[in-house]
Write a protein that binds this ligand. Structure first.
Ligand SMILES: [Zn+2]
Length: 196
């Protein structure tokens, strides 16, 4: 998707030769927004790069202030030393904040997702009616999706919202999350999200 938008961007810029600079900037910003909406990983990378350059700029300023504080100290100008040290402390806090967000953005987004699964989400996922996920008759019997089944041997237990295959062939049993994981080949956190 990113490649598609990048190609589109290039094509549009080629087509817009003769436009003024502002037109180009607006176009570029719009397409960047589009990419960010459709490509989360790309958006994270962009933000990370931006924060890293902010961090270096700030770090440079801290270095400059440290030189200034040192100079003030040698001149024995204690008011100025205190003022510079306060500035430095504030800026170092800002650098730390940036660093922690950069670390967060550098994490694998799928891991972040995993971390963001809450107990409430798991509960909600378990409470999704099994009948919404698979076809059962009025008495709760359906064809088992996990083995070639001719007569319905897959049964839901309504009270616990779990299902079990009674065929004696595959003996699958589980809740809605396990069902979606198995049928769609998803990881636990992906299945939980799917069921929200
Ligand atoms: Zn089965």
């Amino acid at each position: 998707m990113k490649k598609f938008y990048e190609d589109t961007l290039e094509a549009l810029i080629d087509a817009s030769i003769g436009w003024n600079q502002t037109g180009h900037q607006v176009l570029k910003a719009k397409i960047r927004d589009l990419i960010a909406e459709t490509d989360e990983k790309w958006a994270r990378e962009q933000r990370k790069d931006c924060l890293i350059s902010q961090k270096w700029r700030l770090q440079d300023e801290v270095d400059m202030k440290e030189v200034a504080a040192d100079l003030a100290l040698r001149r024995n100008c204690m008011v100025m030393v205190r003022y510079r040290l306060e500035q430095i402390q504030e800026m170092k806090k800002a650098v730390e904040k940036l660093e922690s967000e950069i670390r967060f953005l550098a994490m694998d987004p799928t891991r972040v997702r995993e971390d963001q699964i809450t107990d409430e989400m798991i509960q909600r996922a378990k409470e999704v009616d099994f009948r919404q996920l698979h076809e059962f008759d009025a008495r709760g019997w359906g064809l088992c999706p996990f083995h070639p089944d001719r007569s319905p041997s897959f049964h839901i237990h309504t009270a616990s919202n779990r299902a079990k295959c009674w065929s004696g062939v595959c003996n699958w049993q589980g809740d809605t999350i396990a069902f979606v994981m198995e049928r769609e080949g998803l990881k636990f956190h992906e299945a939980v999200r799917r069921l929200q």
